[in-house]
Each structure stands twice: as C-alpha cells, then as structure tokens.
Design a protein. Structure first.
Length: 129
C-alpha cells in the first residue's frame, strides 16, 4: 500500500489488524489515532464488503443486486464482480429525455478508496466505522 493512496481521515489496519485512522502522513510514516506511528510498509487496507457498505449507510437493492447511497440530487451505486466493487455516480435528469445519467468510476476494493471517492463527490467524510 502506498502513502499516496491515503488521506488524513482514512481508515487502515496496522500490523496487528487493528483499525486505525490516519492522522498525519509522510512518504514513509503514518501517524494514526491513539498516537501510533507506523511505517507505510506496515499498514494494510481494509477490504470493502457488503456488510461494511451497509454499516456506512448504503442500501442493498435485492431486485438488481446493487448497493447504493442517496446523495440528495445524485446517488452512488456499486455492483460487485470478480473481487471488486464497480461504482457508478448517477443523477436523475431534469432537462433530458433519459431517465438518468451515470458515470462509471474506477473499480475499488478497499475502504480507503471508498472514503476518497465519497469525499471527492460530496466534500464530506463518511461516518466513523
């Protein structure tokens, strides 16, 4: 895992698989919650799961198998395939004949990637895990 993938506020696993929140970053060191300092080589990403998405406020749609969250004028939807979540950022159209417009984003596999996408799209942080 590269430090360039992380931002302050991301959640990671330390060498003992304890969840930590990133508080400070450098190329080789990560300071986390509870005053732990770790080498970037010691941290691991937290795998994304349906259960974790639901815990973060996402809703599982049993009719089409997607998991989504309402962002007021848009929604963020995930489809799971081959070990990855494939995000789509969608908006209902007001000035178009189409029912909705969606943009597909890069596939993701880890919680910090979800946190980064969510922040980029909304300007807000996901709630604590």
């Amino acid at each position: 895992m590269e430090a360039t993938e992380l931002r302050i506020g991301n959640y990671i696993l330390d060498e003992e698989n304890e969840v930590r929140q990133v508080m400070e970053l450098s190329r080789t060191l990560i300071s986390t919650s509870c005053d732990f300092t770790l080498l970037t080589s010691e941290v691991k990403p937290i795998p994304l799961t349906d259960e974790l998405l639901i815990k973060k406020g996402f809703i599982k749609d049993t009719t089409n198998g997607t998991i989504w969250i309402d962002l007021q004028t848009h929604y963020l939807e995930f489809r799971y395939a081959d070990g990855y979540y494939y995000p789509n950022y969608c908006q209902y159209c007001e000035l178009s004949s189409e029912s909705e417009q969606c943009v597909s984003l890069n596939r993701i596999k880890y919680l910090h990637q979800l946190q980064n996408i969510y922040h980029a799209l909304t300007g807000k942080e996901l709630l604590k895990i």
